[in-house]
Design a binder for this molecule. Sequence first.
Ligand code: NI
Length: 137
Amino acid sequence: MGIVYVYRRAHFSASHRLFDPNYSDEKNLAVFGKCSNPTGHGHNYYLEVCVAGERNPSTGFVIDLKKLKIILEEQFISFVDHKNLNTDVPFMKGINPTAENIVVQCWKQIAPHITEGKLYSIRLYETEKNFVEYRGE
Ligand code: NI
């Protein structure tokens, strides 16, 4: 036996603006930099989702990757792809769309649907060089 870590990558494109509505545009620029551009900007985001667990003795799978693909698509990607994360996404309402906040909301969306193995980590790449990882609470 032994725990195996299974990964699935996914991609989406979305726009956002990082800002605190209580700050002036100048202060938002100072705190959030270019990501506080008042009319927004876009990113090509990449996700890496990891499910960990024992292999099912009959299938040899920890989780059927076809099922993981569908869960990701239905519970997360379909809500965010080609959307404005500040205004269009119900589970991002009122949440500043930093990579940190997006990855935690992604976890909340998909964790309840993972019934084989256990959701272990989600990594979100906002750019090639900037990425975050969440492993649950
Ligand atoms: Ni940005």
